[in-house]
Ligand binder design. Sequence first.
Ligand code: SAM
Length: 213
Amino acid sequence: MDFLPKEINDYCTLYTQKEDDVLYRLHRETHQKILRPRMLSGHLQGQLLTFFSKMIQPEYILEIGTYTGYSAICLARGLKKGGKLYTIDVNEELEDFALSFIEKAGLKECVEMHVGDATKVVPSLKRKWDLVFIDADKENYINYYNLVFDSVKKGGFLIFDNVLWSGKVTQKVDLKDRETVTLVDLAKLLQEDERVENVLLPVRDGLFMVRKK
Ligand SMILES: C[S@@+](CC[C@H](N)C(=O)[O-])C[C@H]1O[C@@H](n2cnc3c(N)ncnc32)[C@H](O)[C@@H]1O
């Protein structure tokens, strides 16, 4: 869901650097061939992720939730020379599709994709992260935060996607809706966690930016 009025969103997109050919084709083919294409980050958010990554110049990025590789490509474009992005997705059917676009983007050498449940894969990756992008199953967002926190470098960043959850977080929450309950609990937890600084951006479906002090 976009929270901005359509004309504002269109204006922002108009004056945001155009998607290159690889991202344009990835967006198009995801919509043509893959279920639930709305999951893809898209032009505006993708360019923002590239900017964040270029500002941070990370050596190691962890992404939880590859889908078709759009955000992986956007983030990997900011890697420091010799750096690497590790991306995890539980859906093995996405692997060949995502990797083919990562290769087309010229990023084969600096992206490593792992297929499996991220709650199991994350502890097996022995890296210290400069940037972590969390964009998978919302019920596990707090688990992911706890799982990766010690492996994030001091001064490193975490970004959580979809934290506004189409606005559901601002409505009366049905306690059976575990995704919304977790997202609200995460927001409270981050706000109270003295180990981090945080800002919640109303971009697309909400990006929670967190910096480890
Ligand atoms: C919103 S999509 C990711 C979109 C992608 N980051 C982008 O912006 O283009 C979420 C992905 O998380 C994956 N996923 C869901 N639960 C997972 C889990 N437990 N472990 C790893 N991946 C998971 C899904 O298969 C799906 O591809």
